[in-house]
Design a protein around this ligand. Structure first.
Ligand code: MN
Length: 361
């Protein structure tokens, strides 16, 4: 048993690399028609307005998004919603990208600027989706700095512009969405039946000071732990008791939540029983909300033991494919999933069906 596991793990670790060529070939000239579209659900872009403002704004802890260098660097890749992006998708075998304004989005700007740039970004990406309706879809950027304006923009961007939900890059000036001041955004999302994607950014001040350095800080650990914590804060605050139909999406194979699920329930129940002086009871177990209000994507986690466990824990109706383009490699991520021991029907769910349902694509 141990040997089998080790063999599978080693094979899995190699799978991304081994399958890279196969995926590229499949994208360029498919050996046979696939029974599913490959929809990638956490793909980055920037509007020109947000890129320009990013370059004027100090982002604490992360000199992350700058247009940098001759030719425009990553900024040029992120603002390209036409030929370059479509060519990369063709080459790597991605049929459709669901676009998210790259982290930290408008959430590092002062209120009026953030509100204006959310609209600018939504107009920019909506126009691209109209030019490439079979290749691009997008989530709306909103500015939690002004919750009422964010709720209004969510309605405009989805009803008028055709976007598919909202992305919020975790905290806004150290404030998390469990605070009631932000609940008008949830109210709008639930009323419009739209998902909210909570995407990582550098953690809030106190957490960032502790989770620092090349391994404990940044995307290696801190980003995921911070978003997982954000979801648990929503549960603790009773957000899903108040908005039972609210749909939250997180990337990176669930930001560690599937792995922790039994312990979260177990310790919550113990606390409720008074072990730590009691905790305000929610209506249900934490895992109930995670299984019913949360969807996850694979972004940046090309590792079979994690995918297998996440599918086991949450079920295949909760798990969607994502690359995290252009920060991660599309061909590698596609090759990883295609090489895994999943049935055609499971692959269709992962690549297409769940995303089509959740985002109404
Ligand atoms: Mn991402």
């Amino acid at each position: 048993m141990k040997d089998q596991t080790m063999t599978l793990t080693r094979r899995t670790l190699l799978a991304g690399t081994v399958a890279l060529g196969a995926a590229a070939t499949a994208g360029a000239s498919p050996p046979r028609k696939r029974a599913y579209r490959r929809i990638a659900t956490e793909e980055g872009f920037l509007s020109p307005g947000v890129l320009a403002q990013n370059n004027k704004t100090h982002i604490p802890g992360v000199p992350f998004i700058v247009d940098g260098g001759p030719g425009g660097g990553i900024g040029r890749v992120l603002t390209d919603l036409d030929a370059g992006r479509i060519a990369a998708m063709d080459a790597d075998g991605i049929d459709m990208q669901l676009l998210l304004l790259a982290s930290p989005g408008v959430q590092i700007f002062e209120r009026a600027t953030a509100v204006a740039l959310a609209a600018e970004s939504n107009d920019y990406v909506a126009a691209a989706c109209k030019r490439h309706p079979t290749r691009l879809a997008a989530l709306a950027a909103v500015a939690p700095q002004d919750p009422a304006a964010a709720a209004k923009e969510l309605e405009r961007a989805t009803r008028t512009l055709g976007l598919k939900g909202a992305v919020i890059n975790s905290h806004t000036f150290d404030h998390y969405l469990d605070e009631k001041q932000f609940w008008p955004i949830f109210e709008a999302a639930e009323a419009l039946d739209l998902p909210i994607y909570i995407h990582p950014r550098e953690p809030a001040t106190g957490m960032r000071e502790i989770m620092s350095g090349p391994v404990a800080g940044g995307p290696a650990w801190a980003y995921g732990v911070e978003v997982g914590t954000h979801v648990l804060k929503l549960i603790s605050a009773g957000v899903f008791d108040h908005f039972p139909k609210l749909r939250i999406v997180v990337g990176h194979m669930g930001e560690a939540l599937p792995f922790w699920l039994p312990r979260i329930d177990n310790r919550y129940v113990a606390m409720r029983a008074g072990m730590f002086g009691g905790a305000k009871p929610m209506q249900r177990l934490p895992s109930d909300y995670i299984r019913e209000n949360l969807w996850v994507t694979t972004s940046g986690m090309n590792y079979w033991p994690q995918l297998r466990m996440t599918l086991d824990v949450l079920g295949r109706d909760r798990v969607m494919y994502a690359t995290d383009y252009p920060f991660e490699k599309q061909a590698e991520a596609v090759g990883f999933v295609e090489a895994m021991p999943l049935s055609e029907s499971d692959k269709k769910a992962l690549f297409e069906d769940v995303a089509a349902r959740v985002f109404k694509i």
